[in-house]
Structure formats: C-alpha cells, structure tokens
Design a protein around this ligand. Structure first.
Ligand code: ADP
Ligand code: MG
Length: 476
C-alpha cells in the first residue's frame, strides 16, 4: 500500500530547513498568497498563505467517496431550497431565539410572498469532512458541515498541487509527488458562474463580487474572478455600502450598481451578523434578493446552509423525502452524517441535554454562526447547557457528535512562525456547483477539493481564523 512521507525525510532537520525555504518561494511563485495584517487593504506587501510543508495522507477510498457524494449533496441542497415548508418547520424554534437567522428568514418569507423574480439558481458550496477513527480504526468520512455562503479557498487550493509536487521533487520523493492530484476548483466555480451568466443572457451585464471592507484573502477571490475574465465575462468588486449608495432596480427588476447591470451577485461577505453594520446593509441585501440578478447564494440557500437545517436533515426519513425513488442517493448522503441532535424544547431536546452533560467531551455544541471560532467544546458545553437547559434559548444551538480523526505529523508554515513538527488534524472539503433554470438542472458537478490542516491542540477554527493552513491530500 502507498505510504505517507517517510521518517527519513520528516525527521531530517537540515533537509526540512532547506525545504521550508524552497516551499515558501514556490508558494509565492504559484500564488498561494495572503495580504498581511499590517496592510489588510493593500497588495503592495503580501505574504504566502499559511500552508503545510508536506501533503497529508488521505485514504483513497474515503477521498473518492467524498467526491462521489457531492452531486447528491448539490441535488439535496437545491431541493431543500425549493421547499419553503421544510425550511419553515426546520427553523421555527431557531428563529424564535436567534435574531440573525430570524432576520434572514423574514427576507425569505417576503421573497416567497412577492414571488421569485429569477428562475435561474446558482449554487456553489463546499462540504467539509473529517475522517473519524471509530472503534475499529478504519477511517470513515463524516461531514462537519456544508457551506452554502462564501465557501472559500477554491482559488488558493487550485495553486497548491504545484507547490507540494515541487517540494517533494526537491526532497527526492518523485513517486509521492505523482500522488498529489490535480485540482482546480477556481475554474469549476467560475464555470458555473459563467453558465448562470450566459443563461441570464445580457452581454453588457457583469458578475458582481459582493465583498467586505477588508479582504485579506483577496487572492483566493481573484483566482475565480480571473477565470471569468478569461471567458471575457466582466467582474466588479463592490460592498454593501456601494449597493446602498447606487443600487437600483429598473421596471423589470434588473439590478444596476454604479450604472452597470448585474447578472450574478456572488456573495463573499454577508454570512455573519457583523457584516450587517446598519439598516442600510439589510436594505441592500433585500434589494439584491428581489432583483432579477442571479444570487449565489440566494436567501433560501443561505438558510439551507444553517446548522439547524443540517441537524433536521439527519432525522429519520427526511433524506428519503428529498430523494424520492433514489434510495441509493439517500444512503450515500446519510453514510457521511455524524450524530446530530436537536435542542428543541420537549423530551427529545431534554434527552440531548442530559446526554451532553453526561459526556461533554464526546460532543460539539454549535450556534447558527459561520466563519470559525463559534463552537463550544468540553467543559464549556457543560457550563453553557447548565445555564440554558430549561430555557428556549437552548434552541439557538444544535449538538453534534465530535469527530475524532487520527493525528498526523506535519510542519505548518506561517509567516514568522517556528519551524516545528506538529501533531495535526486535517479537514477535507469538496466543492460542488450547480445551476438550475426553472425545472431543469443545467449543471451539477463536483469541481474540486481542499485539504486544510491544523495543529491538534486547536478544537475549532478555520483558515480565516488563523488556525488551519492549506494543504493537499496525498492519496494512500
Ligand atoms: P464554521 O461555520 O464556524 O466553520 P464548523 O461547523 O465548520 O463551523 O466548525 C468549525 C471547526 O470546528 C471545523 O472546521 C472543525 O475543525 C471543528 N469542528 C466542527 N464540528 C466538529 C465535529 N463535529 N467534530 C470535530 N470537530 C469539529
Ligand atoms: Mg466550517
């Protein structure tokens, strides 16, 4: 069986020191880049994006399983988005206590009432997994969550294979370098955006990237933008404030921002309450939602990506409802679910509380937030649930089995960080893209993957939180 990187390389201090220098230069040459904290709005001085020195071993069978299930996840999300009754039932208890989700839900209800003006749907998502060790030591693929809003790193991860192949060649590991797979999510994501743009059918119209005031991770977005320019599709970057200032709808509900017609709004900002700094921001979101522009995600896909919906989909029989006549698709999706438990008021939720209090280390407590650093672990779970257990406030959270992957050794390269061997955990992401027009699914694809790796001392946190680094799977 193929192996990971041998100890003779991993433990050779002089070699590692040389390879780290080679690797950083390769990252810069190939565009694995990040703006720096000192000048987060400028690309004058930039650094390499944190990355792992070596690709991390991932068993081929689970990797292929993750790719294979992705088109079913696309179908599932698309069907959930079209089922207003399901979203309403699933989120009823959450929106009673979580203001942010409630506000999004109100926009959703308003759009349903007015009628959607656009029949073209563009879904770009990333399903994240860890490989649980389980009892018998055979790794099994378990989903952490699915991201329907601003799922990032498709650009940077398109640049990573060349970096690791080069490092491995310099290390004299040609065979391993051949096991680093091609990967180009940026092209696949842009391909789906381009399809939606074409269906919209106006040569003058642009793709608008709705971004934040500060975008440290701008190069990741530029990879997708530049793929669109290659197809002669024009893009522009705008913020909520720009839409507030200059956005308007014409009599056909076409969206114009700064005088330019927008065919597709691709949101890279707007997933967290802090992104909505004023009432005007919410009005800008609503304006875009009501418009004829294709929204990625639209408000229904935003809601479909909540942790509460993830938990409700795991209830017995629910997947079958979304995959009528497709038991095999339902089975494949369910096989990737970890245990998910409701905290709704009533006996079922009470049971969840008791279970979590009895063994908090076996679980993760999750609020309806995105972006890393919001989840609750271990003794904190006990503290939070002791405080909330009799109150409906608990329904802002869901409980999930904690996935326990086997740690692997790697060197995590960060600007000014120490060069040291660390015990690490990896998280595999798979990018999905779909486009639907009316009743017909025009495109449904798996467009690539992402491996992120973090030091195992961290429970939570993603790339933007500064915890995990970009990596590549080394198939074993
Ligand atoms: P966010 O929307 O903030 O990204 P996630 O559900 O992806 O929330 O959780 C953030 C991080 O916490 C994940 O990247 C993973 O490292 C860790 N995590 C989340 N859920 C679990 C779980 N069930 N088991 C183990 N780790 C988890
Ligand atoms: Mg996440």
């Amino acid at each position: 069986m193929a192996q990971g990187i041998p100890d003779e390389v991993m433990m050779n201090a002089a070699l590692i020191k040389d390879l780290a220098e080679v690797a950083k230069d390769a990252a810069l040459l190939h565009g694995v880049l990040l703006r720096i904290q000192e000048s987060p709005n400028s690309s004058e001085l930039v650094s390499f994006a944190p990355f792992a020195l070596f690709p991390s071993p991932v068993p081929r069978s689970v990797f292929l399983q993750a790719l294979a299930v992705q088109t079913h996840y696309n179908t599932l999300l698309d069907r959930v988005c079209q089922d207003g009754d399901f979203l309403q039932e699933a989120l009823a208890s959450t929106i009673a206590v979580d203001d942010f989700t409630a506000r999004l839900f109100r926009i959703h209800q308003q759009i349903l009432k007015e009628g959607k003006s656009q029949s073209i749907t563009l879904g770009l998502n990333r399903s994240d997994y860890m490989l649980d060790q389980g009892e018998n030591g055979t790794p099994s693929l378990k989903q952490i969550e699915i991201n329907t809003f601003a799922a990032g790193l498709g650009g940077i991860s398109s640049r990573m294979p060349e970096v690791h192949r080069h490092v491995l060649k310099v290390a004299g590991r040609l065979e391993e370098s051949r096991r680093v797979l091609d990967n180009n999510p940026a092209a696949g994501l842009a391909g789906a955006i381009a399809t939606a743009w074409e269906l919209y059918g106006s040569d003058r119209a642009v793709v608008m990237f709705l971004v934040g005031e500060t975008e440290v991770n701008i190069f990741d977005q530029r990879c997708v933008e530049n793929e669109l320019w290659k197809r002669n599709i024009h893009t522009m970057r705008r913020q909520f404030d720009d839409v507030s200032r200059s956005g308007r709808l014409d009599e056909d509900k076409r969206l114009f921002v700064d005088g330019r017609e927008v065919a597709v709004v691709y949101f890279r900002n707007g997933y967290t309450p802090q992104n909505y700094t004023s009432e005007q921001t919410w009005e800008a979101r609503l304006l875009m939602e009501r418009s004829l522009a294709v929204k990625c995600p639209d408000i229904s896909a935003h809601l479909a990506g909540t942790k509460k919906v993830q938990q409700e989909l795991a209830r017995p029989g629910v997947l079958e409802r979304f995959f009528p006549g497709q038991p095999e698709a339902a089975r494949q999706v369910r096989a990737t679910f970890a245990g998910l438990y409701t905290l709704d008021m009533g006996p079922e939720g009470d049971k969840t509380v008791a279970m979590a209090l009895a063994a908090p280390d076996r679980f993760v407590l999750k609020p309806q937030r995105e972006g890393g650093g919001n989840n609750i672990y271990g003794s904190e779970i006990r503290r939070v649930l002791e405080g909330l257990k009799q109150s409906s406030e608990r329904t802002a959270y869901i409980l999930m089995d904690k996935i326990q992957p086997a740690p692997l050794q790697n060197y995590l390269l960060r600007r000014d960080g120490p060069l040291q061997l660390s015990s690490c955990l990896s998280e595999l992401g798979v990018f999905g893209a779909y486009v639907r027009k009316g009743e017909s699914m025009v495109l449904n694809q798996c467009v690539g993957h992402l491996l992120r790796t973090k030091s195992s001392e961290h429970q939570d946190g993603g790339f933007s939180a500064g915890v995990s680094v970009v990596d590549n799977p080394l198939l074993v």
